[in-house]
Ligand binder design. Structure first.
Ligand SMILES: *Cc1c(COP(=O)(O)O)cnc(C)c1O
Length: 396
């Protein structure tokens, strides 16, 4: 690359770490055997999958028999929600989620609502993007079979009180699924301590390869299959295993979870510096919570009077990779459902910028962004009719 590139979109995806890639390579060309075959190169692939399963289980404080590999985070979310819904529909047809879930959860719930007669409660969040435990308790009825609430939000970084939610679900005897795709590798995740029944994760959010993820399913839980076919993954998820991807995920989760405190203590000061610098720009607000209720690498701000999309284009011209709303919705002109859920009016939600930092982020990167962003915002505001009106008005 000849142009300077500052990558600040770690919540969209991460690069694959060299140590991870290195462990993966032999499983493309040396140990390429189908794990279901019996000759010896296949035994190596089988062994590698088992080792990966152990590594994922250890990172979550689960048992290896509770880890099922999938084709990513979206598949894990779909499987958890549809699988529980279809297996337990005789008990009830009610599912509880929140208004700020990733589309992999929201669209799955909408599908069950539209085509399969399920009733979904979408819990509100407060201005920080956090649910109320009282609301959750009140929403649970004798028809409720599943609560699905994300661990950490991909847009505004809000972390839910997962352990308390787990305790409520346990007491009320409903299954608790959490989409922990943004949390794994960033904050401590412990399925036993937090009473989690099902948990989704995706390798490419913690420096592993794309297209591989996992669903943790607590021992003894009855769930329908999503992908039908061969007998892989104890006949619960068909399809020849993505061996190299699974190996990479195992290595990546080990690296990402072996010292979370160290990771946090490096990232947090960078995040705080970035937030502080951005908030010095006039008419700017921070979206999402502060302190340790926020994912360590997440920054999300709104600049009044301008459009997020135009900020992104100008940042891109300076080599800065960022996002507005979530990657899946960019290209559409609807403001983010998450920003609307925390109570922002449409016109402000449109001017949002998400910068997510990670292991490759340096202090120089932060300085570079803080040098460029104020000029960009001023230039866009100079062209903005809304800002013009505001300046010509009383300027309040
Ligand atoms: C990225 C992400 C997903 C989707 O994961 P994929 O591996 O891209 O399918 C789901 N939930 C959250 C919170 C995410 O950040």
């Amino acid at each position: 690359m000849n142009k300077k590139t500052v990558y600040m979109d770690y919540a969209a995806t991460t690069y694959t770490k060299p140590e991870v890639l290195e462990e993966m390579i032999p499983y493309f060309n040396q140990y390429f055997g189908n794990p279901s075959s019996i000759y010896s190169i296949s035994r190596e692939t089988k062994k590698a999958i088992d080792m990966s399963r152990d590594r994922v289980a250890k990172a979550l404080n689960a048992d290896r028999s509770e880890i099922y590999f999938t084709g990513g985070g979206s598949e894990a979310d779909n499987w958890a929600i549809k699988g529980i819904a279809f297996a337990h529909k005789n008990k009830g047809n009610h599912i509880i989620t929140t208004k700020i879930e990733h589309h992999a959860v929201l669209h799955t719930c909408e599908y069950l609502e539209k085509y399969h007669g399920f009733e979904i409660t979408y819990l509100d969040v407060n201005e920080e993007g956090i649910i109320s435990l009282e609301d959750l308790k009140n929403a649970i009825t004798d028809k409720t079979i599943l609560v699905t609430i994300m661990f950490g939000n991909n847009e505004i970084g809000s972390i839910q009180p997962i352990k308390e939610i787990g305790a409520i679900c346990k007491e009320k005897n409903v299954f608790f699924h959490t989409d922990a795709v943004q949390a794994v590798g960033n904050v401590k995740v412990d399925v036993k301590d937090m009473n989690i029944d099902l948990l989704s994760l995706a390798s490419h959010k913690f420096y592993g390869p794309k297209g591989v993820g996992a669903l943790y399913i607590r021992k003894g839980i009855r769930i329908h299959n999503l992908v039908h076919g061969g007998g892989q993954e104890k006949a619960r998820r068909a399809g020849t295993e993505n061996v190299a991807g699974i190996v990479g995920m195992g290595k990546a989760i080990e690296l990402a979870t072996e010292d979370i405190e160290k990771h946090q203590s490096r990232i947090l000061p960078l995040r705080e510096k970035l937030i502080k610098g951005l908030l010095e720009i006039p008419h700017t607000r921070l979206n999402g919570p502060t302190g340790d209720k926020r994912l360590p690498g997440n920054v999300n701000v709104c600049f009044k009077f301008i459009e997020g999309e135009s900020i992104l284009l100008m940042l891109d011209a300076m080599g800065i990779c960022a996002s507005s709303g979530s990657a899946c919705t960019s290209g559409s002109l609807d403001p983010s459902h998450v920003l609307l859920a925390i109570g922002l009016p449409h016109e402000i939600a449109h001017g949002s910028l998400r910068l997510t930092i990670g292991d490759g982020t340096t202090e120089e990167d932060i300085d570079y962004v803080l040098e460029k962003v104020p000029t960009i915002i001023q230039r866009l505001r100079d062209m903005s009719p809304l800002y013009d009106e505001f300046i010509k008005g009383d300027g309040k």
